[in-house]
Design a protein around this ligand. Sequence first.
Ligand code: RFL
Ligand code: PHB
Length: 390
Amino acid sequence: MKTQVVIVGAGPSGLLLGQLLGRAGIDTVILERSTREHVLGRIRAGVLERGTVRLLEEAGCADRLHREGQIHHGVELAFDNERLRLDLAALTGGAHVTVYGQTEVTRDLMEARAAAGWPTVFEAADVRIEDAATTRPRVSFEQEGVRHEVACDFVAACDGYHGVGRRSVPAEALRTFERVYPFGWLGLLADAPPAAEELVYANHPRGFALASMRSATRSRYYVQVSLDERVEDWSDDRFYRELRARLPADLAAAVTPSPSIEKSIAPLRSFVAEPMRFGRLFLAGDAAHIVPPTGAKGLNLALGDVHYLTEGFVAHYREGSDAELDAYSARALARVWKAERFSWWMTSVLHRFPDMDAFAQRMQRAEFDHLTAVPSAAVNLAENYVGLPF
Ligand code: RFL
Ligand code: PHB
């Protein structure tokens, strides 16, 4: 087999890259370790920045998003029983975010790829990336006991944090930065009207809580838990009790405790690998960086990388210029570190840390009061939340 760009991973980054390249006339093969159903079964992000929506429009995959996605002009922070609404539209000069699940984004992209007839290999086991430092990289994989090889010009590793892409780069060619937080998020998805019309991020002495949603009839809630918690120990009943204890009283009363359709624990981590390139192997999305979910940035950041990478490949094939590919890592990282900062800050301000003393708690309170009292502080949060330009 031969193609121009091998894309490892059929998550949102890999699929969007495949779509944008395909529409530019560039051939791709996507190799995905899991089944289609498994990829579509993962419940993750829910908040899309305007730039993300624009990229999905460019990919021709935004029709359902525009029909079914919810436009949110505001977001709330809560501190004990006090609530602060940030009017995103007013603070940013008209911007908003769109609530539309990552699962739906992935489904739309998968359907568009299948309709275009561009190849995706699901259940591609033991993917190996070879000769990335040369002009003729090769990617091989195993399927039903047989090893296959694809020769290509470039490899895009869009295979997430646990993927093979970053591990294929020699250790001495990568520098990594990491912060592991001493807690995780226990998330629950349920078919019930959400407690509030907009997202509410709550700081509470019992720990952080988030009231989010997927639609007018589907709620998504999270509570901060310690890393030794097991999801089996959290009945729906226990979850809703804990959630209600952490939300402001009026909001707690509005939670409809319906049976969960998904419940899982995700650890929180900040991580960056630099540079995002080794020879002809490019890293994009979670393969190169992770943010804690508190800023709702992970998916958006991943798709921002794809935008820069697409520009690089298009300039290479259309104009014979590698200047954009050479600039890819630096351009992407400049945006990545801004989102790392915002996600780290939101996480630090909203969570209860095990070693927090009274001073640290007052500092969180002071951040909340500062946001309430100082317009430029609220503008700063809002601009980051709706997404910095790229
Ligand atoms: P993904 O989605 O992990 O996809 C990678 C794909 O690669 C495949 N793969 C391999 N394929 C072949 N060979 C291998 N060796 C492979 N190893 C892995 C995997 O099976 C998978 O299909 O990475 P991608 O595409 O970069 O997308 C990143 C996003 O998924 C991620 O950043 C977001 O989900 C993060 N995130 C959020 N982001 C937001 O922008 N807004 C949010 O509101 C938000 N909420 C969240 C989140 C992530 C969460 N969790 C569970 C981590 C909430 C949660 C709880
Ligand atoms: C979600 O709805 O899953 C969600 C929303 C906002 C976040 C993280 C997750 O910051």
